[in-house]
Design a protein around this ligand. Structure first.
Ligand SMILES: C[S@@+](CC[C@H](N)C(=O)[O-])C[C@H]1O[C@@H](n2cnc3c(N)ncnc32)[C@H](O)[C@@H]1O
Length: 443
């Protein structure tokens, strides 16, 4: 680290080496006083020059020595749009960094010897789920993602992440949104690209007029959109259908489900398949008719129906509409589904103990209450699907303390060029396996 000289009235720049990437993907360096500084858009190993603004904040002025992992960002909106923070990093290096984050979380939990992780990375232009912000801007509509650390909306005139079907529809969306009386200043647009086509959930800051509903129905016809649903931005009520021109469907394993508006969907078709395969690969190899799998946080059945190819599945989901969707598709399958808020009423240890494996795919915050019950019940096998290394570290700590060993790791980079990472981790409890086989021998 060197302090360089500067012109007379310019702030004195500071040259620092980037030592790592932080959890948000920003470069991290040490300041002379030992404190850490986060420098967006830099990479480990780079020597960078910082200047201090009037508020005393260090910002990047110049990259003096570039990392060999630095590449030209593919999107012209990079740096403005808050969606991608790591387009300046080569994809193999990005995947290696994400794998290292998962490994670090598991080590923090106590597991020191880690199995080699399987690694997967989605392709660009493959994301089938979009959460976009809408703003009126004079006569124009801005439709896109928020700028970094800002409420300003960056108009998504191109995107290297989203599926082309979604990107190519955005100009038409802007046009219809411009015409809506119910859109005063701001709203949100959620698009799930399902097998039946784009499933659209619109939220606006005003009520839709009769004319709005007619315009949205005509828009759905013109783009062959099976369903457009609507809700107010300020309400938690279930969305209402404003245009339905066909059935909404999507298949998971051998089942076809009708997802509710705004349903959770894994980010890409490819990553969904890798998650399903990794979960199934992490199950005990031999499963028979008597084996039961308990699945927690099941959503609309992304994992439930593929899991049913191996054993009977008891699936629990807290969102009423998702649970109904799952229940409606269970006929003729080995899945039984129940709507249950697992934060208020976790599945208890003695029930979990009856399962050969517990599969859980909790939301971003993790599964604190459920983990306590898993540790109490000690099912032989636990398969944990994580979208947040910090929550994984906390939840896996409970498994480590309960005597589980770590048998498999799959890292899935399904949110390309962001700091997000998905992982499937298999855990096994040897002593519960021994006690069960002892029981069956004596019985
Ligand atoms: C990461 S998603 C996984 C869904 C599903 N496994 C999939 O792959 O599509 C997490 C799921 O947990 C559900 N969930 C969130 N909080 C919950 C709670 N307190 N009780 C039960 N389910 C909850 C959400 O509705 C969502 O379906």
């Amino acid at each position: 680290m060197t302090q360089s000289t500067a012109a007379h009235d310019e702030p004195t720049p500071l040259d620092v080496s980037i030592r790592s990437l932080g959890a948000q993907g920003d470069g991290v360096a040490s300041l002379p006083d030992g404190s850490a500084v986060h420098v967006p858009y830099t990479l480990p190993g780079e020597l960078v020059r910082l200047t201090q603004d009037k508020g005393g904040r260090w910002t990047l002025k110049e990259i003096l020595t570039q990392s060999p992992d630095r590449v030209d960002p593919p999107c012209s909106l990079f740096g403005n749009c808050g969606g991608c923070t790591l387009q300046h990093m080569a994809l193999p290096a990005l995947l290696a960094w994400k794998s290292e984050r998962v490994n670090a979380a598991l080590k923090k939990a106590g597991f020191q010897t880690l199995p080699t992780a399987e690694q997967h990375q989605v392709k660009s232009h493959s994301r089938r789920r979009a959460d976009l912000a809408i703003r009126r801007n004079g006569k124009d509509i801005l439709l896109g993602l928020h700028a970094r650390n800002s409420h300003a909306v960056v108009d998504l005139t191109e995107c290297s992440v989203l599926h082309p079907t979604v990107v190519s529809a955005l100009p038409a969306f802007r046009q219809v949104l411009r015409s809506l009386e119910g859109l005063r200043q701001a709203g949100d647009l959620h698009i799930n690209l399902l097998e039946s086509g784009m499933d659209v959930l619109l939220a606006t800051d005003g009520p839709l007029s009769t004319g709005d509903r007619t315009r949205l129905a005509a828009f759905a016809d013109s783009l062959s959109i099976p369903r457009i649903s609507w809700r107010s931005v300020s309400s938690n009520a279930e969305p209402e259908n404003v245009a339905q021109r066909g059935s909404v469907r999507h298949s998971f394993g051998s089942a076809t489900v009708a997802p509710p508006a705004g349903a959770f969907l894994q980010a890409t078709a490819e990553s969904e398949a890798w998650i399903q395969e990794s979960v199934i690969a992490a199950l005990p190899k031999k499963l028979g008719k008597r084996d039961t799998l308990i699945e927690l946080y099941a959503g609309c059945g992304t994992l439930s129906f593929p899991l049913a190819s191996r054993a009977r599945v008891l699936a629990y989901e807290g969102h009423a509409a998702a649970a109904s969707c799952l229940q409606a598709a269970t006929g003729g399958t080995r899945v039984t589904a129940e709507c249950r808020d697992l934060n208020r009423r976790p599945i208890m240890g003695k029930t979990l103990n009856t399962a050969t494996a517990v599969v859980l795919d909790p939301p971003h915050a993790g599964a604190k209450l459920q983990m306590t019950q898993i540790a109490a019940g000690k099912p032989k096998s636990v398969v944990y699907v994580s979208c947040n290394p910090a929550a994984l570290a906390k939840d896996a700590t409970v498994l480590f303390s309960a005597g589980y060993s770590l048998s498999s790791i799959s890292v899935i980079d399904q949110f390309l060029w962001s700091a997000e990472v998905e992982a499937v981790c298999g855990f096994t409890h040897e002593s519960s396996r021994r006690s069960r086989s002892g029981l069956s021998r004596s019985g």
